[in-house]
Ligand binder design. Structure first.
Ligand SMILES: C[S@@+](CC[C@H](N)C(=O)[O-])C[C@H]1O[C@@H](n2cnc3c(N)ncnc32)[C@H](O)[C@@H]1O
Length: 251
């Protein structure tokens, strides 16, 4: 579990997985994003019209496209060249999104205080050096700017977790183990792809936020709305424990 791969290998894995990953994404992202993450992110962001936004780890770019349609001026950044290629292919000509290839842990080609808002959706748990990335996000924000990020909920999604089921497959409860392990672990994402994620405790995240200088403004553990439950009844189980946690920080 402790094996750590380098950035080159991590980029290769995301490149190889990019096409499969993108097939699960519509213009609202995948189902978990449509039901849980998007409503939370948009309520935390508020009105983005005329704001200068960085989508850090944009993937195939659905969130950048929505933000651009809402009137934000968007820079979309990812370290996987294939992800950026797909995001560009999916972007209509009238949306002026500035795509950049780059690593969230070192964005020294971008000037200080370039953005009003930085959003990073399901990326931070991919980073080997999240402290460096937080410092970069802090540097890139204007004074008073916001950094909003979502991650797998570290208290429930640990290197050893999953449903305890009866022999007939009925879900009894969600098991959690190895919460205090901090470091890399592999997770199956596609049929054959294994991705490297980094687990950290909630304490580590919050201490990193404080040490970077951010003010913690809000935390949300997303639950499905009544409307979303009507559309996707299987999300009822998301009332049992939280898959995600979303932070809003202020510089
Ligand atoms: C789970 S996907 C999320 C993509 C997108 N934010 C979304 O919500 O659909 C994680 C993305 O982060 C990118 N990524 C991971 N680590 C990165 C890093 N250090 N710098 C830039 N991009 C990174 C990956 O290439 C991948 O596209």
């Amino acid at each position: 579990m402790k094996r750590i791969i380098g950035t080159e290998e991590a980029i290769k894995r995301w490149d190889a997985f990019a096409d499969t990953y993108s097939k699960t994404h519509t213009e609202q992202g995948d189902l978990h994003k449509e039901v849980l993450l998007n409503p939370t992110l948009f309520s935390l962001m508020g009105n983005v019209e005329n704001t200068i936004v960085l989508d850090a780890g944009c993937g195939e770019g659905y969130l950048s496209r929505i933000l651009s349609e809402f009137g934000a001026s968007v820079t979309a950044l990812d370290y996987s060249p294939r992800m950026i290629e797909i995001a560009k292919e999916r972007t209509p000509e009238d949306l002026l999104i500035d795509y950049k290839q780059g690593n969230c842990e070192n964005l020294n080609t971008i000037e200080d205080k370039s953005f009003d808002l930085i959003v990073s959706n399901m990326v931070i748990q991919d980073l080997a050096n999240e402290e460096k990335a937080f410092q970069e996000m802090y540097r890139l924000l204007v004074d008073g700017g916001s950094f909003i990020f979502s991650i797998l909920h570290p208290c429930f999604v640990t290197p050893e977790c999953g449903w305890e089921k009866t022999d007939s497959g009925e879900k009894l409860h969600w098991n959690v183990d190895n919460y205090f392990y901090e470091g890399a672990y592999e997770q199956d994402l596609g049929d054959k792809e294994k991705m490297i994620l980094f687990h950290r405790t909630l304490t580590s995240y919050i201490n990193t936020i404080i040490q970077t200088g951010f003010v913690l403004e809000s935390i949300v553990e997303p639950k499905p709305s009544i409307e979303m439950l009507k559309k996707y009844p299987s999300f009822e189980e998301d009332f049992r424990c939280a898959d995600f946690i979303v932070f809003k920080l202020k510089k």
